[in-house]
Design a protein around this ligand. Structure first.
Ligand code: TYD
Length: 206
């Protein structure tokens, strides 16, 4: 039976993650993997409904409510999409997963680590990605890049201090788990970022 693989992509908002996820999926398909791309929050009908709830909620949403919505979406996603795909020998490439929860709801919103670790394991039934690609960039530089392109979105609404804290959280996670989480400089052009990602995949045996 073919072995399934679970890879995630993480990073600050506006780091070009969605573009790189698509390019990475195409590359892995060309390598012969049966690739399933998906995202969090989302990936199932119910989880997409939870996604619109949690992403549309106003900034005053209680941190506990917020984390439970993200984790409810994850439980659904893991159970109905990710685990069955892995069991069928597919390669699941997921846009965000538990590292985002640990950064946004833990490090930034302040939910205690031991509680969050327990809740994340519970929601994902202890599923951990075998490889995580983290697109990293200083938020100041991303803000400039977006302003040059005339993009205005949640990245700006949440503010620079918020994004700086998000980045700090991801860098902490990456240094705590260097074998799983691989950092890529997101400020390079699209081709160079993709080249780095392919190198990482190759050295991880993909
Ligand atoms: P999205 O529009 O997909 O952002 P991006 O394209 O940058 O990934 O929205 C996802 C947002 O949800 C993003 O700001 C990160 C946040 N998030 C959490 O706060 N906790 C989580 O557990 C997950 C999965 C995402």
């Amino acid at each position: 039976m073919k072995q399934g693989h679970f890879i995630t992509m993480e990073g600050v908002d506006g780091s070009g993650k969605t573009t790189q996820l698509q390019l990475t999926a195409r590359y892995l398909l060309d390598c012969g993997y049966d690739v399933v791309t998906t995202r969090e929050p989302g990936g199932t009908k119910m989880a997409e409904r939870l996604r619109s709830l949690v992403l549309d909620a106003d900034a005053a949403i209680n941190a506990r409510t917020e984390v439970l919505l993200y984790l409810a979406a994850r439980a659904e996603h893991v159970e109905t999409v990710i685990k069955p795909a892995l069991a069928a020998g597919k390669l699941v490439l997921c846009d965000r997963f538990a590292d985002s929860t640990k950064v946004y709801q833990g490090f930034v919103r302040g939910i205690a680590k031991e509680k969050l670790d327990f809740l994340c394991d519970f929601a994902a039934e202890n599923l951990v990605p075998e490889l995580t690609i983290m697109l990293d960039a200083a938020p100041e530089a991303l803000l400039q890049r977006r302003a040059d392109r005339g993009v205005s979105d949640r990245f700006e609404q949440e503010g620079l201090d918020f994004q700086k804290k998000v980045r700090e959280g991801f860098l902490m996670l990456a240094s705590a788990e260097p074998n799983r989480i691989k950092r890529v400089n997101a400020l390079q052009n699209v081709d160079a970022v993709q080249e780095n990602i392919r190198k990482i995949l190759k050295s991880a045996g993909f």
